[in-house]
Design a protein around this ligand. Sequence first.
Ligand code: UD1
Length: 420
Amino acid sequence: MDYLRITGPSQLEGEITVSGAKNAALPLIAATLLSDEPCTIENIPEVADIHTLLKLFDKLGSKFIFEDHTLNIDNEAIDNTTATYDIVKTMRASILVLGPLLSRFGHCEVSLPGGCAIGQRPIDLHLKALELMGATIEIKNGYIVATAPAGLNGAHIIFDKVTVTGSENIIMAAALAKGKTELINVAKEPEVVQLCEVLYDSGVDIEGIGTDELIIHGTDREPLKLNSFSIIPDRIEAGTYLCAAAITYGTITLNNIIADHLDAVTAKLHEAGCRIETRNDSMTLYPAAKLKSFEISTTEYPGFPTDMQAQFMALATQAEGVSIIEERLFENRFMHVSELQRLGASIHLKGHTATLNGPIQLLGAEVMATDLRASSALVLAGLAAKGVTNIHRIYHLDRGYEVLHEKLKKLGAKIERLKE
Ligand code: UD1
């Protein structure tokens, strides 16, 4: 197993290119199941979660070549509609094959994802919506067994909560359903919007793209012809590097970004005292004279993303005054708190709210990565800490950050990837 050794403190300087968004690529690869013709997707990040999904596609009978960030995929010969436990347990987002497999083939079996480090994460809303579309859902031997032999029907669906992958699953299911599906309280994350745009460009009539109410006119099981497209930049990766610059009082430029997608993040960095300049598809962060404390409450897009909460907690350890961070989406997304405390952070946790006092001179220590974004918070803290920080279990980071240590090295960090 690999670990990261960071010797800090460092001051990042330079320029890097942001990779394609993992959370856009996953549903869009799943969407290729709606087609029986070859399709090309560009700018896919080479991260572990993508390889996990492709392993699942291989088992389904999909034919593909993935090289140089480009996926050429042909799902004409799919001969298996079961997503097995061994894959789903390593990546919950495997649930994204449920909607497209069911709508194209009329049946599928997908392992229930089970527990998760950041909270309970049920999928009841995905299942309830599919039932409203006429599917029969049973739970057997740990698997969701979904059937709709005559295909899915359009329906009027109100999501009780905003769910990202839930919205994506049902949008894909509705694309091949019979008739009109009305979706209310749909997630508006840029990754959901790109999914809608790609389906629209492929001939699916979708009204309301970018809003929380969609009307989707299904093709009645006529497979789609997906035109080639390129994955949008990863706003969470970009936000993580912006925090890395801010916490080290460095100046960095990010290429390949969509600034609008980062509004909630850049607004908080601005509050913390940083200055950000945007030009077309690039962005430069200039450091604060002295980082100031801030308050954050995570919520759905366009609000502050839960996927940036841990990184801002690392930043708050270096900000002058009391910062307050409230996590409203996931009940247990504070696993990084005790690891940041091992580096010396002053954090008081009560319920869903963390209160931090800063700035604190962090000191390097051995720490353990617990989930994807928690791990990146430890990297940021390690960059600011004095001495050596060893971060173990970095397979969590590999799930969603492409060559993180190489990008940070390019920015001047003293970081090595070593074997345990
Ligand atoms: C997606 C993202 C993840 C991000 C999260 C919130 C992907 C692959 N993952 O996860 O990085 O942190 O959105 O922005 O895109 N819920 C239910 N029932 C359901 C579904 C969700 O109660 O059927 C609850 C969840 O427990 C959570 C909230 O709704 O409290 C939001 O979860 P959701 O948007 O579904 O997260 P994911 O799609 O799993």
